[in-house]
Design a protein around this ligand. Structure first.
Ligand code: SF4
Length: 210
């Protein structure tokens, strides 16, 4: 399989339970809920995306002909020995490209594999840490994982219904949008009203990291 990577870089994970951990971010190109073109945003299934996942022109991006060469690329971005190796596979929608061969190749190099998915595709087997972030109006098939990250507010999503899904952690994260203050207030209100949820903030943006 050929993999299309938008960008790959070493940084700190900024979101969720793993926030603050050093990790290689591996961002695949492409998503099944939006083309990534602004002209299509209004009609997309997901229209609040804050990520550029189009093409392979970002730092560390490119085409990789097989799992081993991509895993070697990830390893080359890590600094230091094998201690604490973590790769966060994201996108776009990573389950369009993340396959068992790549998970195995990353494991061989000592990486724990975390992935961040919209949940509309089944998660690849062998992932060590799975974050699912549901989008209103989509059919989420992956209802089990380590953390459920709800970007809020999203009309059409009922947090009480999500609480029935099989996740270890339930995180509510204010939507990064023009109405940011209102989104923060809504996320705080949800966490205050429903103690199963924890407020998650985008620490990498506070720290000025990509
Ligand atoms: S599902 Fe995720 S990557 Fe795809 S458009 Fe929505 S926020 Fe962006």
């Amino acid at each position: 399989m050929t993999y299309a990577v938008k960008e790959a870089f070493l940084t700190l994970q900024g979101e969720g339970v793993q926030s603050g951990r050093r990790a290689v971010f591996l961002r695949f190109a492409g998503c099944n809920l939006w083309s990534g073109r602004e002209a299509d945003r209004a009609s997309a299934q997901c229209n609040f995306c804050d990520t550029d996942f189009v093409g392979i022109d970002g730092p560390g991006g490119g085409k990789f002909g097989d799992a081993d060469s991509l895993a070697a690329h990830v390893e080359g971005l890590w600094e230091g020995n094998r201690d604490g190796r973590l790769v966060v596979v994201t996108g776009g929608e990573p389950m369009l490209q993340l396959d068992a061969a790549l998970v195995a190749a990353l494991h061989e190099r000592g990486f724990r594999v975390a992935a961040e998915s919209n949940g509309t595709l089944p998660a690849t087997a062998g992932i060590d840490w799975l974050c699912v972030s549901p989008k209103a109006g989509t059919e989420v098939v992956q209802r089990r994982g380590n953390e459920l990250k709800l970007v809020w507010p999203q009309p059409g999503i009922d947090p009480a219904a999500l609480e029935q899904w099989d996740f270890d952690h339930f995180l509510v994260q204010p939507m990064d949008c023009a109405e940011g203050e209102a989104a923060m207030a809504a996320a705080v209100a949800l966490a205050m009203a429903r103690p199963k949820w924890r407020l998650s903030l985008q620490a990498h943006k506070v720290a000025g990291l990509p």
